[in-house]
Design a protein around this ligand. Structure first.
Ligand code: SF4
Length: 318
């Protein structure tokens, strides 16, 4: 050990990294490439992580935003983990495409809730982020009234009468704390609110945020490994800041990460979002260890043992 290196405690948040929905979606692309050969089209980034997307491109995936971009109609296409509007599988059928849907089962659960509320003729409020693919997919489950709100101020401006019965659902990757405030506002503004049977913010989002909360107050710096377009990564940065780690940052590009920004720190927290692989944690630790004498502490908030099976349709194909 080099005695000149400054000591640095590194608290690794647990759980961190891939969730069950992300693991399944990546596996689906890899299995499809194995079965059909390259290229396999993927509609939208399969999960919001640059490292994952770049690796899958190298394995033979071609990422597109719309099915109209497919120029080899005999190649299979996979829909991303975020879910798609109902119009997308319909379009795939019309084009006679071989398609597989990697929508996370926990997002599909919300789609079924929207359908359920639609059957009851209830206006649905969706709490989420405008233009996020999951929100576009959820809004596209119904032709009836569905209203997006991004913050609690928007609730009272909705064109729905206060005494009308309404239902709400949420995006899966929101801040647990912020969403609670918006739900409280919905329940106080509308006299008759139907809630989803189970919480829509998923187990992986909740656990990763709780794990960050536990160590943020003791962390002089907090590094969140994830990509800029990843909702769950951005929420982890916000949570770290809100719970006491003012210097929380998103690290998307480890090659350009400068460990000397940690020079004034004694303790740091590190986590990886639900779409970021553990290899990125190893890489950043290796990089930081060239500048500091590290004391690594696994700070596990909860053990996870959740896995989702790949859809029967793909299983049969392979
Ligand atoms: S973050 Fe949650 S909803 Fe999204 S893919 Fe993972 S388990 Fe599914």
């Amino acid at each position: 050990m080099n005695k000149k290196l400054k000591k640095l405690d590194v608290y690794l948040a647990g759980p961190r990294g891939f969730c069950a929905g992300v693991e399944r979606a990546i596996l689906m692309v890899q299995e499809a490439i194995k079965k059909y050969g390259a290229p396999v089209y993927v509609r939208h980034e399969i999960v919001h992580n640059k490292y994952v997307v770049d690796n899958l491109k190298n394995e033979g995936a071609i990422f597109i935003e719309e099915l109209s971009e497919i120029n080899q109609l005999d190649r299979p296409v996979i829909f991303s983990a975020h879910g798609v509007p109902k119009s997308v599988p319909e379009e795939a059928k019309n084009l006679n495409l071989i398609y597989f849907d990697a929508t996370c089962p926990l997002v599909s659960k919300i789609h079924r809730e929207v359908e359920h509320f639609e059957r009851q003729n209830l206006p649905v409020i969706l709490i989420g982020h405008k233009n996020h693919p999951e929100v576009i997919g959820t809004m596209g489950q119904t032709n009836k009234d569905i209203y997006l709100v991004e913050n609690k101020e928007e609730v009272k401006n909705l064109p729905i009468l206060k005494d009308q019965q309404i239902a709400y659902v949420t995006q899966t990757t929101l801040s647990v704390d912020d969403t609670k405030d918006i739900i409280d506002e919905i329940k106080s503004h509308f006299v008759n609110t139907l809630e989803p049977k189970k919480k829509d913010i998923c187990y992986a989002t909740t656990n990763r945020q709780e794990a960050v909360k536990n160590i943020a107050k003791n962390s002089d710096y907090f590094l969140v490994l994830g990509s800029k377009n990843s909702s769950n990564s951005l929420r982890l940065v916000e949570v770290a800041k809100n719970y006491g780690s003012q210097n929380a940052i998103l690290v998307d590009d480890i090659d350009n990460f400068d460990p000397t920004i940690l020079n004034n720190s004694a303790k740091i927290g590190v986590t990886a979002s639900a779409s970021s692989p553990e290899i990125l944690v190893t890489k950043i630790i290796n990089k930081i260890s060239q500048f500091f004498d590290l004391n690594i502490i696994e700070a596990e908030y909860e053990k996870e043992d959740i896995h989702f099976k790949i859809p029967q349709k793909l299983k049969e194909a392979i």
